[in-house]
Design a protein around this ligand. Structure first.
Ligand SMILES: *Cc1c(COP(=O)(O)O)cnc(C)c1O
Length: 585
């Protein structure tokens, strides 16, 4: 199995400790498709989109990825449109009060200034009521057209008008209603807008109810259920994102039926698609001809995770990428291309200074420019282990007291997740104990993400393997000349050359209990951080600068959203019909 994507040439070059200059990869299939004058037209469905900080309709990695997909599709002239919801309150705005996160949901009515009303209205029957949705278009962020459905329409009952209020704000009935609007309403919007579609891409399980509409359309044309399902599969592909069991949503069939989510299908037909209870990921896998995980490792993890599901699509691996225009400081990249090491370090120092100013402005804390600064930005969930660094305070404390290690954290907890809030509270407690070394930046958003992945010195990532599916923030950092110090999880096994372009923590160890794994990984983290990274930073700055260069060299072409989109076109969108007969399980 081809696991490490690193090519021989690149490996040789990295081993010789020279930056790699890679040529652009071949585009064989695209050439062929282009000759035929045809690329499949894709409708990409996602619950959230991170296009710009001013349009707060995203929560985290899933949305950032979707935003980058639309931008890369636009850059590369690919025929793709996005379908999503116009969240009027977005995800939570999270502030700190007495050291704990509190949520608020301001109304972002300014979002209406950023989108165009298409004049199109579609309706979805939810709980026996017709819910009217306006369809807006967002196109001003360098993105392929994104159509956003909004239930905030004067004809709707007040409760229904808020269905597109809070992103991930509710569970059960409201979540199902939101997924009905995205899936069923999304397909209806495409029809009303007269957009021809060859491939429907469900990005994560939230969109799976679109399948009911695609099946019903075919039944209305006279097909039986089996035929309608088969033909629907031929035009659907699916991306799964989470190896965490609870992250894969399930709904009770009774509630789905009450909500109207069967959309004309029978109970047996719904069970055939999503099981009982109805699992949105299982539905995605059974409604599609081809599916993918979001890194090479996650592809394998997902195959294992869903191997007991019968009659499902095969799961491939397509590694995520990030949109260079949005995340990469091109000054750093040109410094690397033109002069190498010292200029890269100088460009990076500007970004670090900018970040430190921002930190002072937000928190009043002053960090030192000439001291090692680690960065860590993640959703506050246990498997990401934000507090692993502090788990042996006797060991790490002196480094923090001396300011030899500084670290800046960012991350939100889900509003209903008290464990996540405990994690944030612990980080805040540490920032108060070591105010000159530890910072917590509340309300993580695209602006903070951008500053952190440009301005820190080392990007720290220590999830409990294999639970991190991809981890695109590490790619942003790497391209900006910030080496990763990471567990071999998500995308990192594909890029990591230990001591050359960054560092691995441990060797991909997985234990049968979380406690054993944490114990093991903590030791490995301390060893590589304290024995390799810290001495190198302070004692061998030229070597550290070389690692910065290699970090850029080994990621700048390979882990871009443009590259990811080429893979989507070559391996999912153009292959799904041919492969639709290959069912698994
Ligand atoms: C890049 C980014 C993410 C995704 O990063 P992960 O490494 O997947 O956690 C999430 N949120 C913001 C604001 C980002 O910029």
């Amino acid at each position: 199995m081809k696991f490490f994507k690193t090519t021989d040439r690149k490996l040789r070059s990295l081993k010789q400790d020279r930056p790699v200059r890679r040529s652009r990869p071949a585009r064989g299939i695209h050439k062929r498709l282009e000759r035929k004058g045809k690329r499949p037209k894709v409708a990409y469905f996602c619950m959230e989109y991170g296009l710009d900080n001013s349009l707060p309709i995203y929560a985290g990695g899933l949305g950032i990825l979707a935003g980058d997909v639309l931008k890369a599709a636009r850059d590369e002239n690919m025929p793709l449109v996005g379908i999503g919801l116009l969240w009027r309150q977005g995800y939570t705005s999270q502030r700190l009060e007495e050291g704990r996160p509190v949520d608020c949901y301001p109304r972002h009515d300014h979002v209406y200034d950023l989108v165009d009303d298409t004049g199109v209205r579609v309706s979805v029957d939810i709980r026996g009521r017709e819910v009217i949705c306006a369809v807006y278009r967002a196109s001003g962020f360098g993105n392929a057209d994104l159509y956003l459905l909004d239930a905030n329409h004067p004809a709707n009952e007040a409760g229904d008008a808020w269905l597109t209020g809070q992103l991930y704000g509710w569970f059960s009935e409201e979540r199902i209603a939101q997924e009905m609007i995205l899936g069923i309403g999304g397909v209806r919007a495409l029809r009303a807008l007269n957009i021809d579609v060859d491939v429907y891409h469900f990005n994560e399980g939230h969109a799976a109810l679109a399948g009911t509409e695609l099946i019903e359309e075919k039944r209305a044309g006279g097909a039986g259920f089996e035929k309608a399902l088969k033909n629907t599969r031929e035009e659907v592909v699916f991306t799964t994102h989470t190896p965490v069991e609870q992250g894969n949503e399930e709904h009770s069939l009774r509630t789905l039926s009450y909500m109207g989510a069967f959309n004309g299908l029978s109970l047996d037909e719904m069970v055939q698609i999503g099981g009982a209870p109805f699992n949105m990921t299982v539905a995605g896998l059974r409604l599609s001809s081809l599916a993918n995980g979001v890194s090479q490792l996650h592809g394998r993890t997902a195959c294992r995770m869903w191997e007991d599901v019968d009659d499902r699509a095969p799961i491939e691996a397509i590694t995520n990428g990030v949109h260079r225009g949005s995340w990469v400081d091109e000054e750093v990249v040109s410094a690397w291309r033109e002069d190498g090491g010292p200029s890269v370090a100088a460009e990076h120092a500007k970004n670090k200074a900018e970040l430190l100013d921002f930190i002072t402005e937000r928190t009043g804390q002053k960090l030192a420019e000439d001291r090692l600064l680690l960065g860590f930005a993640r959703r506050a969930v246990p498997y990401k282990r934000a507090t692993l660094l502090f788990s042996d305070e006797e060991r790490i404390g002196p480094y923090l007291e001396e300011g030899k290690i500084q670290i800046v954290y960012a991350g939100k907890a889900h509003p209903l997740d008290d464990n996540g809030k405990d994690i944030v509270a612990e980080l805040v407690r540490m920032s108060r104990k070591y105010p000159e070394a530890v910072v917590f930046l509340p309300d993580y958003d695209m602006e903070i993400g951008r500053l952190l992945t440009r301005g820190v010195d080392v990007w720290l990532n220590n999830p409990r393997r294999p639970l991190e599916a991809s981890g695109t923030s590490g790619m942003k950092a790497a391209m900006n000349g910030i080496p990763n110090l990471s567990i071999l999880d998500g995308w990192w096994p594909e890029a990591c050359q230990h001591g050359v372009n960054g560092w691995k923590i441990g060797d991909g160890f997985e234990a049968d209990t979380a406690q054993k794994q944490d114990e093991h990984d903590r030791k490995k983290l301390y060893r590589v951080l304290l024995k390799e990274v810290v001495p190198l930073y302070y004692e061998k700055p030229e070597e550290f600068a070389r690692i910065r260069e290699n970090s850029i060299a080994s990621t700048i072409d390979e882990f871009t959203a443009a590259e990811m989109m080429k893979n989507y076109y070559d391996r999912l969108y153009s292959q799904n019909r041919r492969r639709s007969a290959e069912r698994m399980g």
